[in-house]
Each structure stands twice: as structure tokens, then as C-alpha cells.
Design a protein around this ligand. Structure first.
Ligand SMILES: Cc1cc2nc3c(=O)[nH]c(=O)nc-3n(C[C@H](O)[C@H](O)[C@H](O)COP(=O)(O)O)c2cc1C
Length: 394
């Protein structure tokens, strides 16, 4: 039986979904009034209590059903052409369906499946970007070993994507003196890999005399200051980790609180990183980011992308220093050029996909060591179960 998670509640009648999914046996869960937190990347479900989320909220009921289905549909509203934060949040919390171990699956670097493959489909309302949503289903399903079930607009509930407004690019002509940096990671600052990357990148800014200020979205008490800084300064850089192929749901919620219009010109830049090494992993998020600034009344100043950031937090000090070493020169270059739309930034992402021979070598020489490192880290955290444990299967 397919599981349908309906974030829209009574807004759209169940009959409409059933008609759209005709012929399928479905169980519909209304999640609109459920208490569901954003995933905060605490890693407990991977490294302390394998397969069990640290949040004791209503998502546990969903997780127990996911273990028994092979197809999941999300019924969601849209924002910025993508799932809104309520829909995306349901996918960010799906992490316990995978485990921490990394390997190659179908030619791509992936986490191991904890249970079975999961097919993913979307039913959406509002102004969705059909191509983006379809691709997101394909990528997300592949991440969990399954197939895309497709993205379908709910009849009668669709709006046209409005044409992007004409954005002034006056800021691009002025020189960069100060940069507002927002850390979009849901993980607390102290443990955030994004934080380590930002601080390394900022060393390069400082070398060129550019000042910067930092706001963390993981702390909701900082949201007002972050919003205010975004609205009153010319240049904002949002740095964040890839979460299920795009922006973390917590960051989407923050973005939804920003007004779409700006009285003075402004530019928006992104620094995107994530666990997997290969550049291709980040391309869908990059497409989303290219269109986002216009919807917030800003011009797009490019996205700097690099993978392989998982272990910044879990590795030794020496290795961490090596992992963040590429970022200060990029900060320096950014301070000089005032943009990521440069050949150097484009090259920074590294290979799109490892060729097969390299995949073999990485598996043999590197991933074995890395997966062992995860075992040791988990033991240090007091984990007493195997990392590939299946807690919801008797
Ligand atoms: C819910 C969740 C989803 C994630 N999805 C992806 C993904 O799709 N691709 C990827 O490369 N890394 C993914 N990651 C890994 C993070 O991008 C990576 O661990 C990053 O270094 C975390 O940065 P932070 O410590 O600042 O939060 C995910 C992590 C979490 C917690």
C-alpha cells in the first residue's frame, strides 16, 4: 500500500488525491496538525541510536509506516517554485531510513539503505516549477534506492509561476566592504560543518579588509537579526549544507519569512556544501538557487559549491585543517571580484562523478577507513547497536 502524507489538511479533499492516484491502494495520513520538528542534523539516528530519531514527536508514527511501504507520496504546497517547508520537512526527517555507511550505489556515492528502496512522488498545489519538482523526485528517490513516481499538480489548485521581476544590479558596480553571512544549517553552531567552512572562507575576506557578520538559523532567536541584516545590507551570503538534494526545511521556513520586495538594490550569494564528494549531487540545488534571489528582490551573485564535508565534524584536528584549507583562498578571491560568477568558482566544485576506476579505489582505500571512523565515533558516543540496525523490523 502506498503511503500519502498530506500536509494540506482539509484544504484539498481526499477524493482529489484518490482520483489522481486512481488504481492505487493508498493510506492517507493528514500531517497538517501533527507535531513535526525540522531535522537538525544531530546525527543521533545514525551514530547513537541507529534508526531511531532523537525527536519524540509525531514523525515516529510516520517512520513506522515508511518501513512497511515501498512508495511515498507527499502532498504539499509550494514556495519559490519548490516544496514549501512543511513538505520538505517530511523528507528531511526520512534520514533514519538510511544509515551512516557510505558506498557506491548505481555508480554514485550514497549512504546505505537501512531497510528497502523507497519510491517518491509529489502532489503539489501553488506555483510549482514542474521541471524542478520532477527532477527532485528522481534524485530523491535515487538517494533512497527507489524510483520517482512523478510530480503532479493538483487540479484546480495550481498557480502560474510569476515572471521574475527586473532586479537592479546597481550593487555589482560598488566595491565589497562588508558581507552579511547567514549560516542556514539547522545544526547548532558549535557542531556545524558550515560554521567551520564560513570561518575559513572569512579568513580570506579579512586578508582583503572585508568585514563580515554572522547569523545562525539554527538559533531561532537570531532570525530577527538575520532578517534585518538581509534587508539593510547590500550583500548577503547564505552558506548551507545540502539536505535531501536541496535546501534544509528550516532554511526554507526562514526564507519564507523574507519580504519579496526590497527598496534598495541588493545581491545574494550562496555557499553550498554537502556530504557527498561528487559535483553532480549539487546541481539541482544550484538550479533552485539561481532563481531564488529574484523572488526576494535581489540579483544573483553565484554559488560556490564543494562536496565531501561530512567528516569535518567527526575527524581529527589535523585532518579538519586539511579539509577546510581550500576555503580561505576562495574568500580572498571573492573579496577581490565581488562575485562567484568566475571560472575559479566554477572549477571549485571538483569532478561531477568519479570515473569507475576511481570509484573502485575510493571504495577500497578510503571508504573502508571512513566507515570504520564512523564506527569508532559512534562507540565514543555510547552507541551500543550496529550502525545498520533495523529497530522497526521484528
Ligand atoms: C537531513 C539531512 C539530509 C542530507 N542530505 C544530503 C544530500 O542530499 N546530499 C549530500 O551530499 N549530503 C547530505 N547531507 C549531509 C550534509 O550536507 C553534511 O553532513 C554537511 O556537512 C552538514 O553541515 P552542517 O554540519 O553545517 O549542518 C544531509 C544531512 C542531513 C542531516
Amino acid at each position: 500500500m502506498d503511503l500519502v502524507l498530506n500536509t494540506l489538511g482539509a484544504e484539498v479533499s481526499e477524493g482529489v488525491f484518490r482520483a489522481l492516484l486512481s488504481g492505487k491502494e493508498v493510506e492517507i495520513m493528514d500531517t497538517s496538525l501533527m507535531k513535526i520538528a525540522h531535522c537538525v542534523g544531530c546525527n543521533q539516528c545514525w551514530l547513537r541510536t541507529p534508526g531511531v530519531c532523537a525527536f519524540k514527536d509525531d514523525y515516529e508514527e510516520i517512520l513506522k509506516k515508511l518501513v512497511k511501504t515501498d512508495s511515498l507520496w507527499i502532498v504539499t504546497d509550494t514556495r519559490f517554485g519548490f516544496l514549501d517547508y512543511r513538505g520538505k520537512r517530511l523528507m528531511d526527517r526520512v534520514m533514519p531510513m538510511l544509515n551512516m555507511y557510505i558506498g557506491f550505489r548505481d555508480g554514485w556515492m550514497r549512504h546505505e539503505l537501512r531497510y528497502h528502496p523507497l519510491n517518491i512522488g509529489l502532489l503539489y498545489k501553488g506555483a510549482g516549477d514542474q521541471a524542478l519538482l520532477e527532477d527532485w523526485c528522481v534524485r530523491t528517490a535515487a538517494n533512497i534506492g527507489g524510483k520517482s513516481l512523478g510530480a503532479y499538480a493538483i487540479p484546480g489548485a495550481v498557480e502560474k509561476l510569476s515572471a521574475s521581476p527586473v532586479i537592479s544590479n546597481a550593487v555589482e558596480k560598488s566595491s565589497l566592504r562588508h558581507l552579511v553571512i547567514i549560516n542556514g544549517s539547522p545544526r547548532v553552531e558549535k557542531f556545524s560543518n558550515t560554521d567551520k567552512i564560513i570561518r575559513s572562507f572569512a579568513k580570506g575576506l579579512e586578508e582583503e579588509g572585508v568585514t563580515w557578520e554572522l547569523h545562525n538559523l539554527s538559533d531561532c532567536k537570531q532570525w530577527d537579526a538575520a532578517r534585518n541584516a538581509f534587508l539593510t545590507h547590500e550583500r548577503t551570503l547564505i552558506a548551507f549544507p545540502l539536505y535531501v538534494e536541496c535546501v534544509p526545511s528550516l532554511m526554507l521556513e526562514f526564507l519564507s519569512t523574507l519580504p519579496a520586495e526590497r527598496k534598495v538594490p541588493g545581491q545574494l550569494f550562496f555557499l553550498l556544501h554537502g556530504g557527498m564528494d561528487e559535483g553532480n549531487e549539487f546541481r539541482l540545488a544550484e538550479r533552485f538557487l539561481q532563481k531564488l534571489p529574484a523572488q526576494l528582490g535581489r540579483s544573483y551573485g553565484g554559488t560556490l559549491i564543494k562536496g565531501g564535508s561530512f567528516r569535518i565534524r567527526t575527524t581529527t584536528d589535523e585532518e579538519r585543517a586539511k579539509m577546510v584549507a581550500p576555503w580561505p583562498p576562495m574568500g580572498k578571491l571573492f573579496a577581490q571580484k565581488g562575485t562567484f560568477l568566475t571560472p575559479e568558482a566554477e572549477r571549485f566544485i571538483g569532478p561531477e562523478q568519479y570515473p569507475w576506476i576511481l570509484r573502485k579505489l575510493v571504495s577500497l582505500l578510503f571508504l573502508k577507513k571512513v566507515n570504520g571512523e564512523f564506527d569508532n565515533f559512534a562507540k565514543g558516543w555510547g552507541c551500543t547497536r550496529p550502525l545498520n540496525d533495523k529497530p522497526y523490523v521484528q
